[in-house]
Ligand binder design. Structure first.
Ligand SMILES: Nc1ncnc2c1ncn2[C@@H]1O[C@H](COP(=O)(O)OP(=O)(O)O)[C@@H](O)[C@H]1O
Ligand SMILES: [Mg+2]
Length: 469
């Protein structure tokens, strides 16, 4: 650009010189023919010098003017060109100065608008790209894209997390060379072969566990039927499958638990009807068994109803302020008979008579009935059950401690599962349903409290409930 400017200036100056020399020559000729003949030599020299100096001054003025004019026109062009060069380099923040609203000013402002548009375009593009990236990375599923030649060209964070792989081992490699699971490779091959969507549930052994996935394989076909590759999406449904299993187990357990008392009630009534009822002693014995089994059936159904109610979405506690000391005293009075029948000492220890907490009276009663009844059930005769109430200021703890059979360490997490019993035969004879602790856990969680267990096999167990005040 400066070259152009220099050339322009040189051309202008040359033009001016030519014009001036031309004018000079013309004037010289005129002077010569009309005036110079009649003048003396001294005057001739004076005229020659003054004409030359005058012309020189005019020349300088014209050059200065020319310089000003050219720089006024070329400077904005130079600046606009520099901005255009910056734009081609990708610097969309470059702007040129616009002072006047003439042609060069218009050029400058047009370039500025262009730069601004480009900047906005790039910003929107970057934003869209970021959004897409965030979406792909955090879509909560594993994602792989395999190009039309079979090379893996994209894997997301979900996929990396599921398969614990590093992107460098996978990216730009042939899928059948790096994907270890034949089920997945087969699925990809199927999409390539059929060019149709495939949706399959597959079980993949991963490290120490087996995981269930729903895998969607989609052929990606661009405009003009150009084959772009295969997209695979992995949804981990292991938790769902586990829940499904829990539900199946639950149904099986419930049916079994219901079947046992019903079978026994049916069997004894049939025997009675077959003639055994004529013997008074047998009649009494069988009827009391039938009554016991009906009771069991009733508690089982009640527990099941309770559990299902607690698991409903809108389950709510009737929260009110209550005195935990009074509540525990009532529960102990209720269970005293059961304890006395086994000669078990059942006692409440508390420093204060007033320990106020917020909770649901009936539900908390249910919790402590279950815990204390368990303590009595799983403690041999002549043992003892201590209920200790401790007020810790911010929270309250109730310890239900027995000198009973105890629980093995590895069994402790399992006893809160529905129908789980350490010793199946003995527990069933004790009249429990196997749902007691599951209900306790539910209720304590609904109260935002905590439950913990300490136990030593053969020494006894301690269930600790912590409630917020
Ligand atoms: N205090 C305890 N001492 C020893 N084992 C216990 C105690 N409480 C509960 N358990 C064990 O936990 C299991 C589950 O208890 P629970 O849910 O109340 O069912 P259930 O009492 O009907 O068997 C019991 O079968 C028993 O094996
Ligand atoms: Mg129980």
């Amino acid at each position: 650009m400066t070259k152009f400017r220099t050339k322009l200036i040189i051309a202008l100056i040359t033009l001016i010189i030519f014009v001036l020399v031309g004018i000079g020559l013309l004037l010289g000729q005129l002077f010569k023919s009309y005036f110079l003949e009649s003048l003396n030599d001294h005057l001739k020299i004076v005229i020659l010098w003054s004409t030359s100096i005058g012309l020189g001054i005019v020349l300088i003025i014209i050059i200065l003017l020319g310089l000003r004019i050219t720089s006024r026109y070329t400077k904005p062009i130079v600046e606009a060109t520099n901005v255009a060069i910056e734009l081609t380099k990708g610097n969309y923040r470059a702007r040129t100065k616009v002072d006047k609203l003439d042609e060069t000013g218009m050029l400058g402002s047009a370039i500025n608008r262009l730069a601004q548009n480009l900047q906005e375009l790039v910003k929107t593009q970057e934003m869209q790209q970021d959004r897409l990236k965030v979406l792909i990375e955090n879509m909560g599923a594993g994602l792989v894209f395999i190009d039309s030649r079979g090379y893996i060209s994209l894997i997301n964070k979900g996929f990396i997390d599921i398969f614990q792989v590093s992107p460098t081992d996978y990216l730009y490699k042939l899928y059948y060379e790096v994907i270890e699971q034949p089920e997945i490779s087969d699925l990809i091959a199927e999409v390539f072969r059929t060019e149709k969507k495939v949706n399959k549930q597959i079980l993949i052994p991963l490290f120490i566990e087996r995981k269930y996935f729903v895998v969607y394989g989609v052929p990606i076909i661009g405009t003009n039927n150009v084959w772009k590759g295969v997209l695979l999406v992995f949804h981990d449904i292991t938790e769902l499958k586990k829940l499904e299993q829990v539900r199946k187990d639950f149904v099986a357990n419930v049916s079994h638990e219901l079947k046992t008392p019903v079978t026994s009630i049916k069997g004894f009534s049939e025997t009675l009807l077959d003639g055994a009822m004529h013997n008074k002693e047998t009649l009494e014995a069988f009827l009391s068994i039938i009554l016991k089994e009906s009771d069991r059936l009733q508690t089982l159904i009640q527990d099941l109803l309770d559990l299902s109610k607690m698991e409903q979405q809108g389950f709510q506690l009737a929260i009110q302020e209550l005195n935990l000391h009074t509540l525990l005293e009532e529960v102990i009075t209720l269970l005293n008979g059961k304890a006395q029948a086994k000669n078990i000492r059942l006692e409440l220890y508390s420093k204060q008579q007033h320990v106020l907490v917020k909770g649901d009276v009936d539900r908390l009663k249910q919790v402590f009935i279950n815990l204390i009844a368990n303590a009595i059930t799983y403690t041999p005769p002549e043992g003892e059950v201590k209920v200790v109430l401790l007020d810790h200021g911010k929270n309250v703890r109730v310890h239900v401690k027995d000198s009973g059979v105890g629980i093995k360490k590895e069994e402790i997490p399992r006893i809160f599962e529905r129908f789980y019993r350490v010793d199946r035969a003995r527990s069933r004879n004790s009249g429990g349903t196997g749902l007691g602790l599951a209900i306790v856990k539910h209720l304590i969680e609904a109260h935002h409290g905590q439950i913990s267990v300490r136990s030593e096999l053969g020494e006894g167990s301690e269930f600790i409930i912590e409630l917020k005040k």
